[in-house]
Design a protein around this ligand. Structure first.
Ligand SMILES: Nc1ncnc2c1ncn2[C@@H]1O[C@H](COP(=O)(O)OP(=O)(O)OP(=O)(O)O)[C@@H](O)[C@H]1O
Length: 328
């Protein structure tokens, strides 16, 4: 695993026998999840920690782990990455354990090493004959091309985060675990890292945690929602957004449209209709199917002059609030 000096965890050494880490033999085409956890529990006391987490990360996906502060994301990723122990449960890898790389939310490096040396060292831990060119490529991919000779101790927080990423990906991991990889970055930096993550899809499985749900929605095809140490949802991002959002449409008509407003309000399939301003309504349906089936019908029965009908974009933020019942 490429994780040289970058950890801020409390207890690095997994206790033998406490967290089972299995690596199946590799024969032929790999199948099954890249990594999964079974009933993973780490109880810090006082109701904090993680409890009975069954995470399944399909191979080749970009998996986003989201949850409020203190939900247990770092604890979970640290146990998966081998830098914390679990009280019980297991982590099962479907990829070669040596090809799992981790970048923590607060990477720490020896301050006197240059950025190139940090990345080279990380690479050599995985492959002693790692071509020197790979170090340059990793620095380039993480936006640190001009910084190879700078001491790690002189880098800003955002640059240190990028250096952690470069160290993690230098040896082409099969599974990359990233804790809050965009949290310390400016908008440009965030976009760069998200593009990088998106470009790794399929040949590398990526698991990353984030507070920024727009980032997760942008690059993650799978998502896990944790709150208070428990996994509330996991599955495809699209499904999460579709099933946890009440589908809605914005309807614009010429004139006031009071008669149309009443017509919508009388329909069973309409969960709510609200007037945003004269001539503009939001129609919320009880299901996507019902809305798509009946919306046009009501419009055609009405004498209102319809200017436009547009489905409202569902987003992960709203789905997240619906699942967790509160802000993140
Ligand atoms: N070493 C520890 N000892 C005791 N409690 C801890 C320890 N590490 C974390 N916790 C507690 O466990 C809970 C989960 O923490 P964790 O850092 O895993 O959450 P998180 O989802 O990563 O939070 P954040 O988004 O704020 O980084 C929190 O209540 C935290 O205070």
């Amino acid at each position: 695993m490429a994780q040289p000096m970058s950890s801020a965890s409390d207890d690095r050494a997994p206790r033998p026998g406490r967290t089972a880490v299995e690596t199946p033999e590799h024969t032929g085409e790999p199948t099954g999840p890249a990594v999964l956890t079974r009933a993973l529990t780490r109880d810090y006391g006082g109701g904090t920690g993680i409890f009975g987490i069954d995470l399944t990360v399909p191979r080749g996906c970009v998996y986003g782990l989201v949850g409020p502060n203190g939900a247990g994301k770092t604890t979970l990723l640290s146990i998966m990455g081998g830098t914390r122990r679990a009280d019980s449960g297991e982590v099962v890898f479907g990829v070669d354990r040596r090809r799992v790389a981790v970048s923590t939310d607060v990477p720490e490096f020896e301050p006197w090493l240059t950025a190139s040396e940090v990345v080279e060292l990380a690479g050599n831990l995985v492959d002693r004959r790692l071509p020197r060119e790979k170090v340059k490529v990793a620095l380039h991919r993480t936006g640190l091309s001009g910084c190879g000779d700078r001491k790690a101790g002189s880098l800003s927080r955002g640059m240190t985060l990028r250096l952690g990423l470069a160290a993690a990906l230098v040896a082409d991991p099969e599974l990359l675990i990233l804790d809050e990889p965009t949290s310390a970055l400016d908008p440009r930096g965030r976009a760069d890292v998200l593009d990088l993550v998106a470009s790794m899809r399929e040949h590398t499985t990526v698991v990353f945690s984030s507070h920024i749900l727009a980032d997760v929605q942008r690059v993650c095809d799978h998502v896990g929602v944790v709150r208070a140490g428990r996994l509330l949802y996991q599955g495809s991002t699209a499904e999460l957004v579709d099933t946890h959002m009440r589908p809605s449409w914005l309807v614009r008509v010429r004139g006031g449209g009071t008669e149309l407003l009443r017509a919508f309000a009388a329909e069973n399939w309409v969960a709510r209709v609200s007037s945003l301003r004269p001539g503009l309504f939001r129609v919320e349906a009880r299901s996507l199917e019902a809305g798509e089936r009946h919306l046009a019908e009501v419009l055609s029965r009405s004498s209102a002059r319809v200017v436009s009908v547009a489905p409202e974009e569902s987003d992960l933020e709203a789905a997240f609030l619906s699942i967790t019942g509160g802000p993140r």
